[in-house]
Design a protein. Structure first.
Length: 256
């Protein structure tokens, strides 16, 4: 299937590794131009090599609105257009009611949510011209909860709410806005987290057994496949949707 993404310019935050890296790799394979927003030097350079230079790598995290503005402006200077955004970067940082403070909570929400708005805001003029697409990567924790991670979950829930809000606001401009909701995906960040347990292998096996379909974790490539579809014209009448790519984890009985 030709997704008709050839030469489309797509911003991807957290785009060098994990889910973001898989999405950028998929974009390259489809002939699109990923703009990789991620400080990871080695992985970013690897994607640039794969793209044979038909990509940009902004080596930064979007900690401020100024960062997001500069990424958009630099992209427009090089390519003159933006056709899509994948808001992906975030950290499950463990700021809860019992193990955090009001200040920690606000910082966590800002870190995980602010740049979703900033990037969409500054790219909007260009997205209106291209009738582009916005894809927000959220998390099943926004629906299921997790415990001891109030800031992250608040941000992830807000991402789902903003998906619907932006889908409504941007209808007149034919800009589609959707969200992907992964559950258990074995990314480098997940690998680091699992190592905090006394027996990581046992914990990983326990988690995998809770996934109804095939008792395994979702791959980053499976998330990327749906992301590419939603960014493409093949999804031309899909907007305002929260799409779960999770092997049934969120909605099916986990005892199955």
């Amino acid at each position: 299937m030709d997704l008709q993404l050839q030469d489309k310019v797509i911003l991807v935050s957290g785009g060098a590794k994990g889910i973001g890296g898989a999405i950028c790799k998929g974009l390259i394979e489809e002939g699109a131009i990923p703009v990789i927003i991620d400080p990871s030097e080695k992985e970013g350079q690897g994607l640039l090599a794969l793209a044979k230079g038909k990509a940009l790598h902004h080596k930064k995290r979007l900690f401020s609105s100024e960062d997001a503005y500069s990424v958009v402006q630099e992209t427009l200077k090089v390519y003159g257009r933006i056709d899509g955004i994948v808001n992906n970067a975030g950290t499950n940082d463990g700021v809860g009611l019992e193990n955090g403070s009001p200040e920690d909570f606000l910082k966590s929400v800002e870190k995980n949510l602010g740049h979703y708005y900033y990037l969409a805001h500054f790219a909007l003029k260009s997205l209106k011209k291209s009738k582009g697409s916005i894809l927000n990567i959220s998390s099943k924790t926004a629906v299921t909860g997790q415990g001891n991670t109030s800031g992250y979950v608040a941000a992830k829930g807000a991402q789902l709410a903003l998906t619907r809000e932006w889908a409504v606001e941007l209808l007149p401009y034919h800009i589609r806005v959707n969200a992907l909701v992964p559950a258990e995906v074995y990314t480098p960040m997940y690998a680091t987290w699992i190592q905090t347990y006394p027996n990581p292998e046992k914990k990983l096996a326990e988690i995998s057994q809770r996934v109804p379909l095939e008792k395994r974790m979702t791959t980053a490539e499976e998330i990327a496949a749906m992301a590419l579809f939603l960014l493409s014209e093949k999804a031309s009448h899909i907007t305002g949707q929260h799409i779960f790519v999770d092997g049934g984890y969120t909605h099916l009985d986990r005892s199955l």
